[in-house]
Design a protein around this ligand. Structure first.
Ligand SMILES: [Zn+2]
Length: 272
């Protein structure tokens, strides 16, 4: 049995029965209050993050990024349902942590916005979330070989990467985290980690800031490619990835140096 696959959800199934999802809203439901206005540069950065993830090959026509409201921890921002490469600041919507839109403009949010709301609810230290189906990462959610930190930029993976198997709690589904119950289960599997794989679906990466969540999503994809190459080159033998002490030292550097990549990536998508 692999180390981090989450088999714990069933133990919490009883508590979900009492949970009252409100994500769908309703025709007569009141529109939640906004957490307050933010500088337009905040919305522009979220839109830039979306386009960066597309430019870096982490998302394609699907996938999304969110950011917690800087002045209201119980609200977050993410695009309306739209291909990530097309997102602009005008597409950014505000939601409660139950993923109810704080507007009544008839715009649709992403089906899987519950991923973001429930992670923000469970992790006060997290201020940005990326969900993607990045192709090099998906195999590691299907097999017993764990995703490991292969090099310094991916040091955040050394803490372990859990695998969320939606079937364990919800049986056969469309694989989407399309309601708050599923969002709660995913957030529980993520725990205190930076990345969680989703079996036969994709992954999530989180961070204390928008640039760091994007950095981790990009380097999770790169690390998966490197690990696959190392496995092939080494014929399945030992892979000398980062040890725990090396990873801690490297990740401390990444928290600052990651901004260099952010500035470059913004420029590439015309947002600098
Ligand atoms: Zn998805």
């Amino acid at each position: 049995m692999r180390l981090f696959r989450c088999a714990c959800e069933a133990a919490f199934a009883g508590s979900f029965a009492a949970y009252s999802p409100t994500g769908a809203g309703g025709a007569s439901a009141p529109v939640p209050a906004s957490g307050g206005p933010v500088d337009r540069s905040v919305l522009e950065d979220i839109a830039a993050a979306s386009r960066i993830l597309a430019d870096q090959g982490v998302v394609d026509g699907f996938g999304h990024v969110s950011m917690r409201h800087p002045n209201a921890p119980d609200r977050f921002f993410m695009s309306r349902a739209l291909a990530p490469a097309l997102v602009t600041a005008d597409d950014i919507m505000e939601f409660t942590l139950d993923s109810v839109a704080c507007e009544d403009k008839g715009r649709s949010g992403f089906l899987e916005r519950f991923i973001h709301g429930q992670i923000f609810k469970a992790r006060p230290d997290v201020n940005a979330v990326v969900h993607s189906h990045s192709p090099s990462v998906i195999p590691f959610g299907l097999v017993d070989a764990p995703l490991r930190a292969m090099f310094h930029n991916a040091a955040f993976l050394s803490e372990g990467v859990p695998v969320f198997d939606i079937f364990e709690q919800f049986g056969a589904t469309d694989m989407l985290v399309g309601n708050n119950d599923k969002g709660v289960a995913l957030a529980r599997c993520l725990g205190q980690h930076s990345v969680c794989l989703m079996r036969a679906h994709g992954s999530v990466a989180v961070g204390p800031s928008l640039p760091m969540a994007v950095f981790r999503a990009v380097y999770t994809e790169v690390n998966a490619r490197v690990q696959t190459a190392a496995t092939l080159v080494g014929g399945g033998g030992r892979i000398a990835g980062l040890n725990g002490e090396e990873a801690a030292l490297a990740d401390a550097v990444n928290l600052g140096a990651g901004m260099r990549a952010w500035e470059l990536w913004k420029k590439r998508v015309g947002a600098a």
